[in-house]
Each structure stands twice: as C-alpha cells, then as structure tokens.
Design a protein around this ligand. Structure first.
Ligand code: SF4
Length: 225
C-alpha cells in the first residue's frame, strides 16, 4: 500500500472533527470526472509513514487532532495494510474515517472504523461505465445494504456529474436507501479531472443542482455539502 499524499489539517474531510487526511494511491475505478487523478494509479514513491506518524502522535498528544480520514484512490484494495494502519491510528487514540467507492463489501464489513463515507457514482446499472471490477453493481449494492444496517456512522455522497447523475439515476439510487440515510451532494467541477473530456463538461447551474437534490430528498435526508 502506497501513501500518495498527506494533509496535516482539515475541517472538512471528517465531519465534526479536526482531522488529518491520508491518501492511499491506486484505484479500481477510472471515473473520468475524478478530482484526485494522481491517486488513480499507484504512486512511484510512498510518503514516509514514519514522519506522518511522528506528526500524528504529537498532534494527538497536544489534543489538536480528533482523527484521521483515510481516502484514495480506493483504500480497501489493500485490506491487510489498511487494517494495520487503522489499528496504529487507534493506538494513538485517534478516530478513523474511511472514504470508499464501495467496491469491496467484504473488506468494508471487517474494518473497525468510526465513520464511513461511501460514494454513489450513478445508478447500479451504469457502474460498468466506471470500472471493470467483476460483479461491480452487486458489490455496490452489498456495500449499501451493509452500511444501512450497520452501527457505524456513515454517509452516502454523490458528485452531480452532468449526464451521469440525472433524475433517473437519482431515483434508482434513492430506492436503495433508507428514509433516514444521509446523502450528501457536491456539484461537478471541471478544473481537475482524470479524463480530459471532462474539462469541456459544464457544471450544473445552482438551479439545476437544487432540482436534483430535491429529487433525491424524496427518498432520504439529501443535502448539498
Ligand atoms: S473518483 Fe474515486 S473511485 Fe473514481 S477514480 Fe477517482 S479515486 Fe477512484
């Protein structure tokens, strides 16, 4: 497992907490709209884990850090290393949040984390456009079902990518969630993307975003982030 990036302080990556963020490189998706394109492939060099832990230990001892967000890429691709990273963070007394695309439900079920944020990219029927992982739609559904019945604090989140997430996709996804599921949205941005095609895709207007979130709100607790 390669650590491709480290952010010392963030107030947005781990809701309600002051956190650091660890970026794990490597992903089994190739979302053209990806806002973290450097993390899709495996980085050539891992950031020095020892230095990261020195900082985290100090920050935790001085009480100016509540937790760590582990994001990607897709961290569940490396279950053994991910589990040991989580244990080390817990040993420092830190809370741990995981960001995931939901492609590895069996890994998700085994993790001892405090918070999981799972992306819902598009309707299950269209996941094949984003990943060649076998049975990807079934896996995504299994991860959704696991989170809905789990005691782990969790949220679902969706980037409103024009053409990929419209009313029909939101309705199909909404049917899979519970009334009290929390579903957060962000508008698509075309400044940093994985596939240059998306540089030319115009983000939704504020009015259109409001319409889409209103559609999602028929099914659960949907909000813009
Ligand atoms: S958006 Fe997430 S799941 Fe998609 S390629 Fe980027 S890191 Fe992977």
């Amino acid at each position: 497992m390669y650590i491709g990036g480290f952010l010392k302080n963030t107030l947005v990556d781990f809701p309600g907490n002051v956190a650091s963020t660890i970026f794990i490189s490597g992903c089994n998706f190739h979302c053209g709209f990806c806002h973290n394109p450097d993390m899709v492939g495996i980085c050539d060099e891992s950031i020095d884990r020892k230095k990261i832990f020195e900082y985290l230990k100090k920050a935790s001892e001085k009480n100016f850090l509540d937790g760590v967000c582990i994001t990607g890429g897709e961290p569940t691709l490396f279950p053994r290393e991910l589990n040991s990273l989580i244990s080390e963070l817990k040993d420092l007394g830190l809370l741990v949040k995981l960001d995931t695309n939901g492609s590895n439900p069996n890994v998700l079920k085994e993790l001892e984390v405090d918070y999981i944020a799972m992306d819902l990219k598009t309707s299950l029927e269209r996941y094949g456009e984003l990943s060649e992982v076998p049975h990807i739609s079934t896996n995504i559904k299994e991860s959704i079902d696991f989170l809905k019945s789990s005691k782990i604090i969790h949220e679902f989140r969706t980037t409103l990518v024009p053409g990929l997430v419209e009313e029909s996709e939101l309705a199909l996804l909404g049917e899979l969630l519970n009334k009290d599921s929390r579903w957060f949205f962000q508008n698509f941005r075309n400044d940093v993307v994985y596939d240059p095609y998306y540089l030319g895709v115009i983000p939704h207007s504020k009015a259109r975003v409001d319409e889409l979130v209103k559609t999602a709100a028929k099914y659960c607790r949907a909000k813009m982030r």
